[in-house]
Design a protein around this ligand. Structure first.
Ligand SMILES: *[C@@H]1O[C@H](CO)[C@@H](O)[C@H](O)[C@H]1NC(C)=O
Ligand SMILES: *[C@@H]1O[C@H](CO)[C@@H](O)[C@H](O)[C@H]1NC(C)=O
Length: 250
């Protein structure tokens, strides 16, 4: 599949703070990209690989990942909008002057796992992690027993991975039940036209008797081994005692 896609300036501004033994202790980066496909672009700032905020380019406002961050910092979305319009402008110029094809498609690695240990009947969140893919254009659908789910879903932005690929998370709140089968279905240009579907089921909890049996078996063996050792010692002592006793008589 030929994809007309241009990703410009995955600019990473790094501000190492404090250095010990030549190692970067903390890092703040800013990720900017724009492209001809949806999403058209993204602006995020991250601290130590955690998103601090992104700018919602449609609503034109900063969206902090954790409310707590707003206590320490704020960001005027207009600054990001200026950077984005420069990105779109440069992208257009580059497309007109350099007729080079888009970078190679790299398919995502996909994993589905629960946020918390699964307890049947206890609300939990399923996480679908798409890792190391390029370009940042992806369709993700949650399925429950084969049917599309749109309630209780959420997602993150595209996060940069060090090798110029991206990572993204999608979420689904759910109540685990052994009868339900969940799936995260992912479409990406790196996957040959068919979605990659990762299934997830809540497992039937293993009966506690299995654990109890194992413990009982181990304890039984330990007692048995101690018994054999103590028994052997007693027998040897008894034999020695007998011999001495017999010598005493002779
Ligand atoms: C871009 O290059 C391709 C061949 O690599 C060519 O077929 C195409 O016409 C070029 N497009 C423009 C706008 O120059
Ligand atoms: C995502 O879905 C849209 C609409 O069905 C489709 O046009 C587009 O090609 C899909 N994108 C990918 C990466 O498969």
């Amino acid at each position: 599949m030929e994809v007309c896609l241009w990703v410009l300036a995955l600019s990473v501004l790094t501000l190492p703070q404090g250095q010990a033994l030549g190692k970067v202790e903390h890092i703040m980066d800013q990720v900017v990209f724009c492209q001809t496909q949806s999403p058209k672009g993204e602006y995020t700032q991250n601290y130590d690989d955690e998103e601090m905020f992104h700018v919602d380019l449609e609503k034109q406002e900063s969206v902090f990942r954790l409310a707590d961050f707003t206590k320490y910092t704020s960001f005027d979305a207009q600054g990001a909008l200026g950077i984005m319009s420069t990105c779109y402008y440069n992208l257009k110029i580059l497309m007109e002057s350099w007729n080079i094809s888009a970078g190679e498609n790299v398919a995502p690695e996909v994993m589905v796992y629960p946020e918390d240990p699964v307890l049947l009947g206890e609300p939990n969140t399923l996480i679908c992690l798409m890792n190391k893919f390029f370009p940042p254009v992806i369709n993700v659908t949650w399925l429950k027993n084969g049917k599309r789910v749109v309630e209780g879903v959420g997602e993150t932005d595209f996060y940069p991975v060090r090798d110029q690929t991206f990572r993204k998370f999608h979420y689904l709140t759910f109540v685990p039940d052994v009868k339900d089968e969940y799936a995260c279905s992912v479409e990406h240009y790196g996957l040959d036209n068919s979605p990659l579907v990762k299934l997830w089921n809540a497992e039937v909890p293993s009966p506690p008797s299995e654990m109890t049996q194992t413990v009982a078996c181990a304890l039984g063996m330990a007692v048995g081994i101690i018994g054999i050792i103590v028994g052997t010692i007693l027998i040897i002592k008894g034999m020695k005692h007998n011999r001495q006793h017999r010598r005493g008589i002779n």
